[in-house]
Design a binder for this molecule. Structure first.
Ligand code: FHN
Length: 417
């Protein structure tokens, strides 16, 4: 993991939530866009020339920047050309079916017009705009589910929140007062001012009590019953399980999601080590074959632009999903496990084989005791039929003369038993 303070893993999906009908869209969607955008995009990993040792959005914490000094960044937050439509269009082109925006990250800067503080894109920043409102509208216009990240424990500019021990004294802090008097009123604003919110994405639940976690879940569901709550609300609660950052669990139960960076950071820096479309497709294949979702991050720069090199990879993933989306969207755990060439997913009609290691001898060996009526290649333009030879106990899909896909090849099986 590339995170010093990774969120707690919990696959212990709250049994009370498993009937939440909203999990239907979540299972259909499988792939979403995470957007980490805030003041940290301005220093972009350097403070007075000094590089921050970890991720860009942790610069205030890692370099112990005094809150009053950091807050002055708001006066430079002025991404006038930012166009929410362009960002959400990119998610659409990438084949992402939901978007989760950092309404408030650990630095406390708010991307909406909140009554609780002036430290926001709408008031203290010359931009003077409500980014949550703009992106929620763009998502609604395009049929993309819209969710909000909200840092419920850490707020480095709030004297009663967790995380900042260089400005504030943890001994005298009133964390419960912060939850009741700041977090919940802000959640009320977010859940009543912007239409349907598909999910609230809490984070870093270390230190929050079970009672406090439950109070937050109930608060969200009281305002919007079908708003999903992620597992990082803490204490094994939430509507779905959450892995650690960039983690791929082996055999997780229930509904879950893995958040992954596009490079080594969530907030924008000059890191250019972008995960390739192939790497991302493999992560998606693994996750969906195990019943999970992938939330892939973009960290727009201080102008609100997603780096063009990452756009290239996102568009390649979108192109791949155009061709083989049937194997991902709305599919579930595949019947074949521990394959040495890839992963499997399944719908009610088909089994899908996502082939990472293309067989050198041209024959893809199916697991023992599997028989198949027909097979076709999903990832080429024509859906080429493939010959299946042999019956139960030795069936192979003939791939002689078939080229592997540049991203990840997918084969659709009909009548697999
Ligand atoms: O500390 C945060 C980090 O900045 C980032 O937001 C990630 C995303 O999953 N969550 C926390 C670490 O796990």
């Amino acid at each position: 993991a590339d995170t010093p303070d990774a969120g707690q893993i919990t696959f212990a999906q709250d049994p009370q939530s498993q009937g939440n009908p909203a999990l239907r869209w979540f299972r259909e969607a499988r792939f979403g866009m995470f957007v980490h955008w805030g003041l940290y995009a301005i220093p972009a990993g350097y403070w007075n020339g000094k590089p921050t040792p970890h991720m860009g959005e942790w610069i205030m914490h890692d370099l112990k920047i005094p809150a009053e000094e950091y807050k002055q960044l708001a006066a430079s937050f002025d991404p006038r050309e930012f166009d929410a439509n362009q960002l959400v269009d990119l998610a659409v082109r990438a084949g992402q079916r939901y978007l989760v925006l950092t309404a408030k990250h650990h630095d406390g800067f708010c991307l909406w017009d909140t009554e609780l503080t002036t430290f926001s894109s709408a008031v203290d920043a010359p931009l003077g705009r409500d980014i949550v409102g703009e992106i929620s509208q763009a998502c609604r216009d395009r049929g993309i589910k819209f969710g909000l990240y909200y840092s419920q424990t850490q707020d480095w500019t709030h004297p009663d929140a967790a995380g900042n021990d260089w400005d504030f004294d943890p001994e005298t802090q009133d964390f419960e007062g912060y939850l009741q008097g700041y977090v919940k009123p802000q959640l009320t604003e977010l859940l009543t001012g912007y239409g349907e919110i598909a999910l609230i994405w809490f984070d870093t639940p270390q230190g929050i009590t079970a009672e406090q976690s439950r109070d937050l879940v109930e608060h969200v569901h009281m305002l919007q019953p079908y708003c999903l709550v992620n597992g990082r609300v803490g204490n094994g609660l939430g509507d779905y399980g959450q892995t650690r950052d960039n983690e791929m669990p082996d055999e997780p139960a229930g509904d879950w999601e893995t958040p992954i960076t596009g490079n080594g950071t969530w907030g924008f820096t000059d890191n250019t080590e972008w995960k390739s479309a192939h790497e991302i497709s493999v992560t998606i294949a693994k996750a969906v074959s195990r019943g999970g979702n992938v939330l892939l991050n973009v960290g727009p720069d201080s102008r609100g632009a997603v780096p063009s090199a990452q756009v290239v990879e996102l568009e390649a993933i979108g192109d791949w999903l155009q061709r083989c989306g049937a194997s991902i969207y709305g599919t579930h755990r595949g019947p074949f496990r521990a394959l040495d060439w890839g992963w499997s997913t399944a719908s009610s009609d088909h089994v899908y084989l996502l082939v990472e290691n293309w067989p050198a001898h041209g024959e893809l060996v199916l697991p023992a005791n599997v028989s198949v009526e027909s097979a076709r290649l999903l990832t080429d333009a024509g859906g080429t039929s493939l010959e299946v030879r042999g019956a139960q106990g030795g069936a192979v899909v003939d791939l002689n003369g078939v080229e592997a896909d540049a991203v990840l090849s997918v084969i659709e099986l009909t009548g697999a038993r």
